[in-house]
Design a protein around this ligand. Structure first.
Ligand SMILES: NC(=O)C1=CN([C@@H]2O[C@H](COP(=O)(O)OP(=O)(O)OC[C@H]3O[C@@H](n4cnc5c(N)ncnc54)[C@H](OP(=O)(O)O)[C@@H]3O)[C@@H](O)[C@H]2O)C=CC1
Ligand SMILES: O=C1O[C@H](COP(=O)(O)O)[C@@H](O)[C@H](O)[C@H]1O
Length: 470
């Protein structure tokens, strides 16, 4: 589950924001699952504003774990509950840290996990520092890390005034997803893929993150953010880095992050004229969304990488809410075979494609062509990771375990985050016009123009079928 060369594991986990939405949906379930697998080896101190006793909180936690659909075993939950203490208070109040310090006690290795409103990341870290709670500690901060390049730099500077980079873990849950981690192994351990993975064989790359639901219930979070900040600057650029980086020199987390930062540095800043922004009709009626909101719920963009391996290969990224399916995939479109006189039809076959599906049902598919009845027929060689490799840990299980054990390879580094903001900054400064699209469609029709001269957007490879949807 982890790479080598890690520092000592934490013996105390402090979760700031343990009564919040993320904890309700992900953190408590992940901690329970780690307990069930014998991988939780620390005390858990939950901090939040709600005035609850530890017993109240434990009862609430059990209900919340069960509400995620997780079967709760009595013995496992009892073991988990025995680790937990709940501390209520205001995180902007220094007195809370005095109580926290007494609760932790001297000589412990602590992981402080901040799943809090991001405006509180700086103040909490400063108060932890002032209370002497960062020595021998690591701090994990949830997304978003800034809202643009300037604010990300300012946040890095503020956190670094208290913490060294090796104490800081920036969460991007896509780095906890098995297929994203698997990319490194698939690409570099398989000659069959490694030999095709560059501009000589690849003509274009499409990265799609399609979601078949809107932002119901999250309007006030989403409206100041939009699709570009919500999933492109972080998740999709991390995926792009994993798809295009050179092989890390060794198993150390910094070697991996060096390679990712290196390739992100080579990505040209995005050109607003090569982007399409959309908003699904009905978005503005969502509670929490500003009247007349100009926030995009869909974005498509073209990126270019200025290095020997990828020059002239366009990378087309698109992400949207209320699209026809939920599917996140990377599609490498290979160069065409030449026309050959003996082939069945005079027109050319569809180029070969390598598809890595991230969600749902992660897997990899190689799309070839065959001939049948004197015409071209697509042929899919597909593998499901779950079917062939077994059920992996869930992303938050992996991330929490990685944070506790100090596995930095699962977290983003300062340079990678700032490069990602640099790449998208022109789209924030000078956004493309906002175009409407109907829910259940593939976004504004204008997104098709973005890929002119290259293979059109491909409908995703649908779960279980082995065949593309469209
Ligand atoms: N929700 C989600 O699906 C996801 C969230 N995230 C990130 O996780 C972080 C938390 O988000 P989310 O859980 O949705 O937020 P919520 O608003 O649901 O929860 C915030 C938590 O912070 C506590 N809190 C807020 N202010 C104070 C304060 N002054 N003193 C003490 N406690 C305080 C709240 O306590 P109380 O409830 O007791 O008031 C609550 O436990 C954010 O960075 C978000 O971007 C990331 C991915 C997904
Ligand atoms: O960070 C976020 O990710 C989710 C999608 O994550 P997934 O693991 O369910 O694919 C996205 O829906 C959300 O808007 C965004 O904030």
């Amino acid at each position: 589950m982890t790479r080598t060369g890690r520092p000592e594991g934490a013996d105390t986990l402090v979760v700031f924001g343990i009564t919040g939405d993320l904890a309700r949906k992900m953190t408590l379930r992940a901690l329970y699952r780690l307990e069930a697998r014998g991988l939780l080896d620390c005390r858990v101190i939950g901090v939040a504003a709600d005035d609850l006793t530890t017993a109240d909180f434990v009862a609430q936690a059990r209900e919340r774990v069960a509400a995620t659909g997780q079967r709760v075993d009595d013995d496992t939950f009892r073991r988990f509950a025995a680790r937990v203490t709940y501390l209520h208070g205001d995180v902007t109040d220094a007195a809370l840290y005095t109580r926290l310090s007494a609760e932790i006690g001297p000589g412990h290795r602590t992981l402080h996990y901040l799943e809090m409103p991001p405006r509180l990341f700086g103040p909490i870290v400063e108060r932890l520092g002032a209370a002497g709670l960062v020595e021998h500690a690591r701090v994990a901060v949830e997304k978003p890390f800034g809202k643009d390049l300037a604010s990300a730099r300012a946040l890095n500077a503020r956190l670094h005034a208290v913490l060294r980079e090796d104490q800081l873990l920036r969460v991007d849950h896509f780095l906890g997803k098995e297929p994203v981690i698997e990319l490194e192994y698939l690409r570099f351990a398989n000659r069959a893929l490694a030999g095709l993975w560059d501009r000589d064989s690849v003509s274009a790359v499409q990265i799609t993150m399609a979601e078949d639901f809107g932002i119901e219930g999250r309007g006030s979070f989403y409206d100041p953010v939009g699709a570009l900040r919500d999933v492109v600057q972080n998740h999709l650029l991390q995926v792009l880095a994993a798809v295009t980086m050179d092989p890390p020199a060794d198993a150390g987390a910094d070697s991996l992050r060096d390679r990712k930062a290196e390739v992100l540095k080579a990505v040209r800043a995005a050109d607003p004229r090569r982007s399409v922004r959309g908003q699904y009709t009905g978005y503005r009626d969502t509670p929490g969304v500003a009247a007349g909101s100009d926030t995009e719920t869909y974005i498509a963009l073209r990126l270019e990488i200025d290095n020997w391996k990828w020059i002239d290969v366009p990378f087309f990224l698109r992400a949207g809410k209320n699209l026809p399916v939920r599917d996140t995939e990377v599609r490498l479109i290979l160069r065409r075979a030449p026309r050959l006189a003996f082939l069945p039809t005079p027109h050319q076959a569809e180029p070969n494609q390598i598809v890595l599906r991230i969600d749902p049902d992660p897997g990899v598919c190689l799309q070839l062509v065959a001939q049948g009845e004197q015409t071209w027929r697509p042929l899919h060689l597909d593998a499901s990771f779950v079917r062939d490799l077994g059920e992996p840990p869930e992303p938050y299980e992996r991330l929490l375990h990685g944070a506790l054990t100090g596995d930095h390879s699962l977290f983003t580094r300062e340079d990678g985050v700032e490069e990602a903001w640099r790449i998208v900054q022109p789209l924030l400064d000078d956004p493309a016009p906002l175009l409407p699209y109907a829910p259940g469609t593939w976004g504004p029709a204008e997104a098709a123009d973005l890929v002119t001269g290259h293979p059109p957007w491909h409908d995703p490879w649908t779960a279980g079928s082995g065949a593309p949807a469209g």
